[in-house]
Design a protein around this ligand. Structure first.
Ligand code: GRF
Length: 207
């Protein structure tokens, strides 16, 4: 059984996609163990509560960065997840966590990495940049997390068409619906069934 922690700081639609997949029996051998948020008012926490998942808050606004990192590490270490899923956590996780959980932390990013990623590319900014560049295709990426923003081995990517008249908001929604909400649960499923391995920084998937 893969014990999964989801770290989310926002609306939690990606968390919901994971919950829905779990509810539908599409994530066998997976336990949704706890949801941790750095924001006490994150709607992701409500989604977790409604599905009976433990909710943990480490309020980043109430602590210094050093205290926040220590508390976050404590809460995670106490519960010993097998996999940590970053789903809209808008704050950098401790480098120590990246090292301790190497190839056991995954992130969803709303572009086709290596485009429109790295420091400063989050939320609507990603889609604004894609529209400004005039790309005709964008998408989403699930990747393992290392100490550099949006840099670790890529697990799954899915392309999404950019359409005439798209605004950042419209494009964000299409990327979520057509890509993010599909590939994040799928990546968890593949990891839970032992199909994902990393060799020389490159992911291999055996079906
Ligand atoms: C998503 O666009 C995700 O790709 C990014 O943050 C956003 C989170 O949205 N990392 P939600 O909280 O899952 O609705």
């Amino acid at each position: 059984m893969l014990k999964v922690a989801v770290l989310a700081g926002g609306g939690g639609t990606n968390l919901q996609a994971i919950i829905d997949a779990h509810k539908a029996g599409k994530l066998p051998d997976t336990e949704l163990s706890f949801v941790l948020s750095n924001k006490p008012d994150a709607y992701a926490l409500v989604r977790a509560r409604d599905y009976g998942i433990e909710q943990v808050v480490v309020d980043s606004a109430s602590f210094s960065r050093a205290q926040f990192e220590e508390k976050l590490m404590d809460e995670i270490e106490k519960r010993q997840p097998d996999l940590i899923v970053l789903a809209g956590l808008m704050i950098m996780i401790p480098k120590e966590l990246c090292r301790k959980y190497k190839n056991r932390i995954i992130n969803i990013h709303p572009s086709l990495i290596p485009s429109f990623c790295g420091k400063g590319f989050y939320g609507l900014k990603v889609h604004e940049a894609a529209l400004k560049k005039g790309v005709k295709v964008t998408g989403a990426t699930v990747h393992f997390v290392d100490e550099i923003y949006d840099n670790g081995p890529i697990i799954i990517q899915k392309a999404v068409e950019v359409k005439d008249g798209d605004t950042p908001e419209i494009l964000q929604r299409r990327v979520m619906e057509e890509a993010e909400w599909k590939i994040l649960p799928e990546a968890i499923r593949l990891i839970a069934c032992g199909s994902v391995s990393v060799l020389d920084g490159v992911v291999k998937i055996q079906n």
